[in-house]
Design a protein around this ligand. Structure first.
Ligand code: PLP
Length: 418
């Protein structure tokens, strides 16, 4: 007897600790009533109260082609007949690996897992196994999933929950994690000067999507590449957000910098749970049984997920027009919003690269660091979020306006948001 979204939320809260999933929990952080989805297609969703929304959340996650993409639906139906037997691989996983290694420049070998968190955890374990070192450098505001060490000064959901320092992280995770400042190469150099030969890896979001969209300053990624090479540490790009989004080969293709390891998630599964990590063959060969680093996963590479991911990646690989369309729509969106802010005298900064765009309500002139991102006016955002929802526009309930355009958004949809 929970036939509307408010009742459904109450019921879910009784049964599912942690608030169902982060977006629903985040609804509370902006003091809005959550919606529960009944049906979705393209850029539209319908909730169980029969309201229709123009959706800008799914495209922030995996659905860069929109909801219920016909070919993905068909492929998943077909794959359901293949079973998901542990230890009995299907051809489809190898076909996925072929696509990933063809698309992502630095990835020669790739291992499937079930989420972005698993991908980043596994990549770090591999980096430690490969280098024989303990320490990992991460950046304040970069989010790499919900494993302990990643929550130290994390962005995204952890900020929403008011846990930027995550007091609950285990001692070992905290001791082995050093935190630097994004776009501040000097802060990383200092850590390397002090403890460089104990540092297994530097991990970062090459475009920091979890503190809004914060772009790497010119020279920052290259500087990290040189520093890690100098000290024999690995450079890991967490491309869970940027992968397949900024270019078929993600941020590393866009910026022309090749990391040692790459983690992937979101888009890679076409809406089903898939993560992956990959990189240079000599590093990936450390995985058992060839090497000492253990990796498993009952459902890793399962055909349902692989089928959805395969259609997604193949569609992106074979249709460069999609990227041109995303760029055009996102450029129009940025120009329209910027003109609107000026006209209304609302202070704000827009950061954008490709289809990734964030509007910060802030008095700052620019947002290039975690500290600047944290100064955005979340109360103003919350009020816009609620107003948008009431007028049928579903935005990411984050602490910024994250507007990631998808192939399913039409030019009219863009005008609607503006
Ligand atoms: N890394 C980045 C950059 C992410 O944005 C996320 C999730 O938002 C993760 C890792 C964790 O991925 P998942 O939520 O699939 O575990």
């Amino acid at each position: 007897n929970y036939h509307n979204s408010i009742q459904a939320f109450e019921k879910a809260r009784q049964l599912i600790p942690g608030g169902v999933n982060s977006p629903v929990r985040a609804f509370k952080s902006v003091q809005a009533d959550p919606i529960f989805i009944k049906k979705a297609k393209g850029a539209r969703i319908w909730d169980i109260d029969d309201n229709e929304y123009l959706d800008f959340v799914a495209s922030w996650g995996p659905l860069i082609l929109g909801h219920a993409h016909d070919e993905i639906v068909e492929a998943v139906k077909e794959a359901a007949t293949l079973g998901t037997s542990y230890g009995a691989p299907t051809l489809i996983e190898t076909e996925m690996a072929e696509l990933i290694t063809a698309m992502v420049p630095s990835v020669q070998k790739v291992r499937m897992v079930n989420s972005g968190t698993e991908a980043t955890m596994s990549a770090l374990r591999l980096a430690r196994g490969f280098t024989g070192r303990d320490l990992v450098v991460k950046f304040a505001g970069c989010y790499h999933g919900h494993a302990d060490s990643f929550l130290i000064k994390a962005g995204s959901g952890a900020i929403t929950l008011g846990l930027p320092d995550s007091p609950g992280v285990t001692k070992a995770a905290a001791q082995n994690t050093l935190t630097a400042e994004f776009n501040n190469l000097e802060s990383v150099k200092k850590l390397f000067e002090e403890r460089g030969h104990d540092i297994a890896a530097v991990i970062l979001e090459p475009v920091a999507g979890n503190m809004g969209v914060v772009l790497p300053e010119p020279g920052f990624l290259k500087g990290l590449r040189e520093l890690t090479e100098q000290y024999g540490s690995l450079l890991i790009f967490d491309e869970v957000i940027t992968g397949f989004r900024l270019a078929p080969g993600g941020a590393q293709e866009r910026f022309g910098i090749e990391p040692d390891l790459t983690t992937l998630g979101k888009i890679i599964g076409g809406g089903l749970p898939v993560g992956a990590y990959g990189g240079k063959a000599e590093i990936m060969n450390q995985l058992a049984p060839e090497g000492p680093v253990y990796q498993a996963g009952t459902l890793s590479g399962n055909p349902l997920a692989m089928a959805a991911g395969k259609v997604m990646l193949k569609t992106l690989k074979d249709n460069p027009k999609i990227y041109a369309g995303l760029e055009r729509k996102a450029t129009n969106l940025e120009a329209g919003l910027s003109a609107n802010l000026d006209k209304k005298g609302i202070p704000g900064v827009i950061n954008r690269i490709g289809s990734m765009m964030t509007l910060f309500f802030t008095q700052e002139k620019e947002v290039k660091s975690f500290d600047q991102a944290m100064k955005s006016d979340t109360a103003r955002y919350a009020s816009y979020f609620k107003k948008s929802l009431e007028s049928g526009i579903y935005l990411a309930p984050s602490q910024f306006e994250c507007l990631f355009v998808s192939d399913a958004h039409t030019d009219d949809d863009i005008q609607c948001i503006i």
